[in-house]
Every structure is written in structure tokens, then in C-alpha cells.
Design a protein around this ligand. Sequence first.
Ligand code: B16
Ligand code: MG
Length: 221
Amino acid sequence: MIKACIFDMDGVIVDSAKYHFLAWQRLAADLSITFTEEDNEKLKGLSRVDSLERILEKGDLQLDNDTKLALMDQKNQWYLESIKEMKPEEVLPGVREFLVSLQENGIGIALGSSSKNAQLILEKCNLTTFFKSVIDGNKVTFSKPDPEVFLKGASELNVSPKDTVVFEDAIAGVAAANSGGFFSVGIGDAASLTEARIVIPGFENFTLSALQSIVEDQQNN
Ligand code: B16
Ligand code: MG
């Protein structure tokens, strides 16, 4: 029986990847490193510091810690300029309707995001009231694929991972959900999210009763 659902944010609830892309690309250009949309794809779900490390690796650039901190701060300033303009219309199709049906059926709802800007995005998109628990990059010590972010969400909702579904669009996020003992639902492409228990393209036309029957079927097999 499903008692709670935990949602990743970027790529599941909203598409903030395009704003991360613009900010990282601007930073990479300043460092004379080429940064493409394909490179950006590989940063999905990674923390800010891990993302910067990947970009520096690509440019074969070694920098001291203070410089790295200043670069992350600069990137975040540019990113914030974009997300402070976000509107509720940017919530991905079907997400709001799905959250409403969870709420109506008494199912716990939490956010499990690597982003340190998750609260601001929820506010800008008028989603804050849905989430009983928000675990973001400010509240965890270990990044995905470590399950800490989802375990903390389950604990705040007072539910067990085995009764909780995690929705994730990143390979590292699916691995985090699986290692924490959650039922993982991949959002996006089944060919890349091979470890997810099931994969759906998104929440458009996806219902709670469809989710319940899929989970029951899988648990009986
Ligand atoms: P910030 P998620 C992740 O969000 C993004 O997918 C990832 O690209 C980003 O680097 C990370 O948040 C940190 O974001 O710089 O805002 O703290 O998918 O875990 O919701
Ligand atoms: Mg994501």
C-alpha cells in the first residue's frame, strides 16, 4: 500500500535544467571551456559542487578551493536571476493534478532534491502547500546516489521506504531510491533509467490508481 510519494524536483516537477544550462554555459565560457547541452545532460541530479568538478575536468583545469567557491557563487547568482522569474505555468504537465489527487487521498508528499534553491522554485510555482516535507541540498550531507535525501523525507513523513514511491529523472537519483528501499519510478527515457522499477514519460494522464495497480502488481510478483 502506498503511504507516501517523494518527488525529485528538477526534471520531475519543473524543467529547471534549462536555467542550470544557461548559467553553467556562461561560467564555462568565462573559463574558455566549451559546454554543450549534451554536457548539461550529464549534470542532471548532481550537486552544484560535483557539477563544477565535471566542467573543470572537461576543461582540464585545476583550481584552488576559494576560486571554486567563487565560481559556484557566480553561477548561482546567474541561475537565481532566471528562477526568480519562474511562473506556475512552468510546472510540468500533469504534476499539479497528480499532487492534488495524492492530497485528496491522504498520501504523504515530500520533496527530495539536490538543489539548494528548491524552496524558492516551489514558491515561484505555487507548490509549497503540497509538500509536508522538503528535503533539499541544504539539508543533506551526502549527494545522490546516497539515499540520505529520500530517507530523511520518509522519516519526516513518518513512513517506511517500502510504502513510499520515489519519482526521479536521474540515474543517480534512481540508484538512491533503490538503495534506500523505495519503489523507484523513473521519469523520462526507459533506455537510460534501466534500474527504475518502472519508467513513465511524465505525469500527463498518469493517475494515482494507475500507480497503485502497478505497485501492487510488482509487489505480488
Ligand atoms: P543548485 P534535482 C538538481 O536538482 C539538478 O538536477 C542539478 O542539475 C543541480 O546541479 C542540483 O540540483 C543542484 O542545484 O545549484 O540549485 O543547488 O534534480 O535533485 O531536483
Ligand atoms: Mg532531477
